[in-house]
Write a protein that binds this ligand. Structure first.
Ligand SMILES: *[C@@H]1O[C@H](CO)[C@@H](O)[C@H](O)[C@H]1NC(C)=O
Ligand SMILES: *[C@@H]1O[C@H](CO)[C@@H](O)[C@H](O)[C@H]1NC(C)=O
Ligand SMILES: *[C@@H]1O[C@H](CO)[C@@H](O)[C@H](O)[C@H]1NC(C)=O
Ligand SMILES: *[C@@H]1O[C@H](CO)[C@@H](O)[C@H](O)[C@H]1NC(C)=O
Ligand SMILES: *[C@@H]1O[C@H](CO)[C@@H](O)[C@H](O)[C@H]1NC(C)=O
Ligand SMILES: *[C@@H]1O[C@H](CO)[C@@H](O)[C@H](O)[C@H]1NC(C)=O
Ligand SMILES: *[C@@H]1O[C@H](CO)[C@@H](O)[C@H](O)[C@H]1NC(C)=O
Ligand SMILES: *[C@@H]1O[C@H](CO)[C@@H](O)[C@H](O)[C@H]1NC(C)=O
Length: 608
């Protein structure tokens, strides 16, 4: 099988080394524990958060074909397989109310039109495709700020106007199309083993739709769990892949029902699997990397779409796939750029805006990909759709934050980190602010209305790996968000609109032709690591009239925000967090899923 080199972020693996000796298969079980004591709780203004439980996912043994090289030297940096920390996709099948204050300033009509499909569970990896509330993109948009004042109801669907794309969806609303292959009897070399709990059908029939399903990756395993079950540590299904590691995943909130769940997973091999867990059927997409052969670092259903999802690949491409379309070897169509005319040989990603290798408006829509855009020569680390479904915020290893009008395939803004790559990004529930976190150990707050950086947040002692707003503690003037980092810390932060004022003159965004905005940035980041070190000269290249490049703001000029909480929650690097109605959830590199109950939430322990 064709296996790709692992992503640069992780040490390179020993794939296909063919060592010829089998490693004993020691299969362990998930465990649950309920540690108590002062180190498992923390106090914030609103009260005490208490650890409810620590669900530890079993790390699978390596597949026999990828036996690790045993090096007796304890200092050896043994190469590891391409992997990622455990991240979760959360799913609640029931439609429930979301925090009311999120909607201040919203037209009633907008609310009425979408409230039936709202879910309340926040989830980083769960998009509010149908107006669902999530920590990453709360929903709603103010009508007061012209640049982002678009209500959900008025946002067109992605690809609208291309008749070739509308044909596929929604023919028979009651019967959802299933993937092609039977997972349990698969003889694919990609899938090593599938273990379905023998009482899955009964468990599904007995549970309340209000319970929380969790989908989680750990090394080469992928698990489906029911957190509302008394034996939540017993997975409903566990899939073991042969060599590939699932790096990211997402659940479709438009198509979810007790009878049908659409899950997509992105792999270290670049491949994508569409899995329907209730029928246990799956389809492989981008098989053998035929469309893009680099690992998938982030994957999300396109808001409101039953079929289309977006994958961020590590070559700096964003690719839109249709879950039901077959792959075809990808040949970039007429190269078009939006934002700049051309990309001269040897220039970096900063030099062009968004390179459209295939447009969603292409007339060739029989096969995947539906669209493909090249943003950077370095990998895409994360992206997030705005709650109003019009914009996409993308962060890359090259230290850039891009705000894209993905409906028009147009780059609107290009910002830079203080230094180093940016790893995570999210929108405020009202779409007014974007947060990024990265290798500068900082979280940056970007105001969309001002097109400017408004604050930096210092509290982590290492790379920031995830950020999310707490929609239950945000209103139209005050915002609460959380972050986790490689330092195993959870930080909580509060800011209010009044805190973020800065002299207008300092917001030196430049429209149209750019003289040399990054000159300032180069000196600023001179002492720093990666990022924007090369070919700043080329910034003179033509830019579209609407695209704005922003220089890096010097440290002294931007307010520095301290955390309201700075708490070590894990001894391992923490990689994910989400806010739910009654808890904060965190997960780490080695598979600990911790649930921290909010003040006043029911503290019943589940251990038996
Ligand atoms: C895992 O659980 C199964 C069934 O619950 C049990 O038979 C097995 O011994 C357990 N394995 C370990 C390593 O604890
Ligand atoms: C998949 O295959 C298994 C084993 O052959 C079989 O029991 C099951 O019914 C099949 N499922 C579907 C949905 O075809
Ligand atoms: C197993 O794989 C072969 C080809 O690799 C295929 O022809 C056959 O149909 C597969 N069997 C099943 C049960 O999927
Ligand atoms: C299936 O679930 C039951 C009840 O939670 C549990 O006792 C059993 O060990 C599970 N089976 C497997 C294979 O995990
Ligand atoms: C570029 O942007 C313009 C203005 O929005 C739009 O009309 C045009 O179709 C875009 N070009 C491509 C190739 O998408
Ligand atoms: C997109 O086009 C660029 C420029 O021609 C090219 O370097 C890149 O490889 C293309 N991407 C894909 C996925 O074909
Ligand atoms: C975070 O807490 C640690 C001790 O737990 C302390 O040393 C550190 O200074 C704190 N950092 C911030 C930014 O508050
Ligand atoms: C929690 O515990 C209390 C008593 O300790 C009990 O009355 C209540 O029903 C429990 N709630 C849940 C959700 O289990």
């Amino acid at each position: 099988m064709f296996v790709l080199p692992p992503p640069p972020r992780y040490p390179s693996g020993q794939y296909g080394a063919g060592l010829g000796h089998a490693v004993p298969m020691i299969e362990t079980n998930n465990t649950i524990s309920n540690p108590e004591g002062p180190e498992w709780q923390f106090l914030v203004g609103e009260g005490q958060y208490v650890l409810k439980e620590d669900l530890h996912l079993a790390t699978p043994p390596p597949h026999p074909s990828e036996a690790p090289v045993i090096n007796p030297n304890p200092l050896a940096t043994t190469p590891q397989a391409a992997t990622a920390g455990t991240r979760l996709s959360l799913l609640n099948l029931e439609a429930r109310a979301i925090p009311a204050f999120t909607f201040k300033g919203f037209a009633d009509a907008t609310l009425a039109g979408s409230s039936s499909s709202i879910t309340d569970q926040s989830g980083k990896d769960r998009y509010s495709t149908e107006g669902g509330m999530s920590s990453e993109d709360g929903r709603g948009t103010s009508t007061s700020e012209p640049p982002t004042s678009v209500t959900l109801a008025s946002a067109p669907a992605f690809g609208e106007g291309n008749a070739l794309l509308t044909q596929t969806s929604g023919k028979d609303a009651t019967k959802k199309k299933k993937p092609k292959n039977n997972m349990t009897k698969s003889n694919s070399s990609f899938i090593s083993r599938v273990i379905v709990n023998e009482s899955l059908a009964r468990k599904l029939a007995d549970r309340s739709n209000d319970g929380l399903f969790v989908f989680a990756n750990i090394n080469r395993a992928f698990q489906w769990l029911d957190l509302s079950s008394p034996s939540k540590q017993d997975y409903l299904t566990k899939i073991l892949f042969t060599k590939a590691h699932c790096l990211c995943h997402d659940v479709n909130l438009v198509t979810k029902s007790p009878a049908h769940i659409d899950v997509i997973m992105g792999f270290s091999t670049g491949e994508v699997i569409w899995w329907e867990p209730i029928s246990q059927r799956y389809t492989r997409l981008n098989k053998n990397g035929v469309i893009n052969s680099t690992p998938v670092s982030k994957i999300k259903w396109i808001p409101g779409s039953e079929n289309l999802f977006l994958a961020g690949h590590m070559d700096g491409s964003l690719v839109v796939y249709d879950k039901e379309k077959d792959d075809a070897p990808f040949i970039p169509e007429d190269e078009q750029t939006n934002g700049s005319e051309t990309v001269p040989e040897g220039q970096s990603s900063h030099d062009y805006a968004i390179l459209i290798n295939k447009s969603v408006h292409s007339k060739n829509q029989k096969m995947n990909p539906v669209a493909a855009w090249k943003l950077s020569n370095q990998r895409i680390n994360s992206f997030s759709f705005s709650p109003d479904r019009r914009h996409l915020a993308v962060v890359c290893e090259d230290g850039t934050l891009r705000i894209i009008d993905y409906l028009k395939e147009e780059l609107l803004d290009l910002y830079h980190s203080y230094y180093g790559g940016l790893s995570c990004v999210c929108w405020s529930p009202d779409a007014k602010y974007v947060l990024t976190g990265g290798q500068d150990d900082l979280i940056s707050i970007w105001s969309m209305a001002d097109s400017a950086l408004v604050a930096r947040c210092q509290g982590h002692h290492s790379f920031v790996s995830d950020v999310a707003f707490d929609p239950w503690r945000c209103d139209d003037r005050n915002y609460r968000f959380g972050s986790v980092g490689e330092d195993g810390r959870l930080c909580l932060w509060d800011f209010g609109v009044g805190m973020l004022h800065r002299p207008r003159a300092q917001s030196t965004a430049q429209r149209g032709s750019v003289s040399s905005p990054l000159a300032l940035q180069r000196t600023e980041s001179g002492q720093a690591s990666t990022g924007h070190t090369k070919s700043d000269e080329s910034l003179d290249s033509e830019l579209g009239d609407d695209m704005v490049k922003h220089p890096v703001e010097p440290r002294a000029r931007i307010p520095m925000l301290p955390p309201v909480l700075n708490k070590s929650v894990d001894t391992h690097p923490t990689h994910w967090l989400a806010f739910t109605e009654d808890a904060i959830m965190t997960s780490c590199k080695s598979g600990h899923i911790r649930t921290w109950l909010r003040p006043g939430a029911e503290h019943n322990k589940t251990s038996s």
